[in-house]
Write a protein of this length. Structure first.
Length: 591
């Protein structure tokens, strides 16, 4: 959720520390000038909606604004609490649902301003022998520990600036701008396994190892010690053997920015740490030397990597000079470049090689989540959750906006980009004599790719889902069966003017949808868990954490049949559960 450049530049500034310590006062002015000029040099049981085709789900109103409760601070729990179960849990569903999100939205008198600023808290619903318990703990990151110790925001987050300690003298506060800049380790975005271990992550160079049983924080890991990246996404791809691929930005040749594909091996026979054996396997160029695109996820098939370079940019010069301006945040360093459109970068996986002669371009859009990517008959098919235009969607996710009365929330969302689920098709075999022709020959899609005289291949998408201010986001698939392969179903969180109020199943072949929805209920990203031994793609359940403000037990784990989205069971607890972003299901270890 946050950009990746923070790590690199903070490290550059921090590298001056030793020099700073040796300076006398007369040299401070000279140092300050050099630092300032540096930028210039670089829903109920049995209830399910009707099947609908080419229609959006009903737009539910939320006049009571109960959604505001999911943006409230909560306390961690000293021990797991039992849940009250209604319905019947599948007997095979044994394991833990682990979710990450913000849980602390203010420190002392200082509020966090953006959705992606709250301090990381890990949630666990444990399912064992027909019983369910719920537990949560704050991750003991440096950002959290220091904030609680000093009772203020100490490390700058995505949309909230940290200020110098007010107890320091004027000289110390001034010097802190240059000496005390730190990269946040607030790992509130996702959690995934690496080898035998589990890591809570954000999008900087820091990841945090956690114990999935006790939820205790184990240690902080700096990826920069092992690979050349300023940070990586919170959405890696994992192969069947446990090999992990991820992407992050870096500096390439001639000090130009680039994007590195990072590979982390599976669990090692010698029990060594796979993270320490990470390596960069491929570098992709940036279309603008000093303005890398924001990247939140990427596509991968058995043979190819797909990176979508969007027009939401991090202005490097602005970023570097920003830290001399009081109150500046990451968000202040983003800008949009409408004229560039959107570029698709394609690379082979083995051997890893960038296909520089395949120049794919389309109109401007925001993209945060890839749904799936697969190969068929000489084409690479890329399904995405997009937002039309170049305006950065994160501009609309400040907590002040999300906590407004319902009518105000709707008015604000009208100004935001329109969400669509889109399919793009990239031809692999391109010949110059085919200029002006549609190169896509797949019979089941209306997506096109036309070769222009300059060698650029212009892409037009097929729209799989669209609704006015009704987004299909936080997509999930039957990952173990369908990742990188042709598939039929995607599951997502329905956002109603940015407020999560339904769970949606999308048939990407027919464009039919089903939805689960209940009044005054606010679900989270649905995670698909396959039935053991199943062969049908949608044979399984969906798990989602839902909040129903005002209920006796306002938080619950929802279990849906993934075929029809009918409720099988819910496990309710007597506590509000704040918004969660991403997570995973950890099956009970085999005995």
């Amino acid at each position: 959720m946050k950009g990746h450049l923070f790590s690199f530049f903070c490290k550059q500034i921090q590298s001056i520390n030793k020099t700073c310590e040796s300076l006398n006062d007369s040299n401070l002015f000279s140092l300050t000038i050099r630092l300032f000029l540096f930028p210039l040099s670089l829903r109920n049981i049995g209830h399910a909606s009707n099947l609908k085709k080419h229609k959006t789900e009903r737009a539910v109103e939320h006049p009571a604004a109960g959604y505001r409760k999911i943006f409230d601070t909560v306390e961690e729990l000293n021990e797991p609490i039992p849940a009250e179960i209604s319905g019947v849990l599948p007997p095979w569903l044994q394991g833990s649902l682990l979710r990450m999100g913000p849980g602390l939205f203010e420190v002392g008198d200082e509020p966090f301003h953006h959705l992606f600023d709250g301090q990381a808290i890990i949630h666990k619903f444990d399912l064992k022998d027909g019983q369910v318990t719920y537990h949560r703990k704050f991750i003991r990151t440096d950002a959290y520990i220091r904030a609680m110790t000093e009772n203020r925001v100490v490390i700058t987050e995505f949309g909230t600036a940290a200020y110098p300690d007010p107890c320091k003298n004027i000289f110390s506060r001034f010097f802190t701008y240059f000496k005390g800049i730190e990269v946040t380790d607030n790992c509130m975005v996702n959690i995934y396994p690496i080898g035998e271990d589990f890591y809570a992550v954000t999008e900087t160079n820091y990841i945090t190892k956690v114990d999935p049983d006790t939820l205790e924080t184990v240690k902080k890991v700096d990826l920069c010690k092992y690979v050349s990246v300023n940070g990586v996404t919170a959405h890696p791809h994992t192969e069947a053997d446990g090999t992990i691929y991820n992407i992050g930005n870096c500096f390439g040749k001639n000090m130009s920015l680039a994007y590195n594909i990072v590979k982390i091996p599976p669990a090692q026979k010698d029990e060594s740490d796979p993270v320490e054996k990470s390596q960069v396997v491929l570098q992709l160029p940036s279309s603008e030397r000093l303005k890398p695109s924001y990247v939140h996820s990427f596509g991968m098939t058995s043979n190819y990597f797909v990176f979508v370079e969007q027009p939401v940019k991090i202005n490097l010069l602005k970023f570097l000079s920003a830290w001399s301006v009081r109150g500046t945040t990451y968000m202040d360093c983003f800008e949009s470049n409408e004229s560039m459109g959107t570029w698709f970068h394609l690379a082979t996986k083995n051997p890893a090689d960038y296909l520089k002669n395949h120049k794919f371009r389309t109109s401007a859009f925001n993209v945060f989540h890839h749904i799936n990517t697969y190969e068929e008959e000489g084409f690479v098919v890329v399904d995405l959750c997009t937002w039309k235009g170049h305006d950065f969607v994160y501009n609309y996710l400040y907590l002040a906006n999300l906590r407004k009365e319902w009518e105000e929330v709707k008015r604000a969302a009208v100004k935001a980009p329109q969400p669509e689920v889109r399919r793009y098709v990239l031809p692999l075999d391109v010949h110059r004599e085919e200029r002006g022709k549609n190169l896509v020959s797949l019979s089941y899609t209306t997506a096109t790719a036309v070769l222009h005289s300059d060698g650029t291949i212009w892409l037009e998408p097929e729209v799989l889902f669209s609704g006015p201010r009704q987004a299909f986001e936080f997509p999930q698939i039957n990952y173990s069966q369908c990742s990188g392969k042709k598939y039929s179903f995607a599951y997502g969180l329905g956002l109603n003017h940015f407020i999560p109020d339904r769970i949606v199943k999308l048939n990407v072949q027919t464009k039919e949808t089903r939805a689960w929805q209940e009044d005054d209920c606010y679900p989270s990203e649905p995670l698909f868990v396959p039935t053991p031994g199943a062969t049908k793609e949608d044979d399984g359940v969906l798990l989602s954490i839902v909040v129903k403000p005002g209920a006796e037990r306002p938080g619950f784990l929802l279990v849906l049949d993934a075929v029809e989205l009918k409720e099988l069971a819910r496990a309710e607890v007597n506590t509000i559960i704040p918004v969660t972003l991403h997570g995973m299901f950890r099956p009970k270890p085999s005995s």
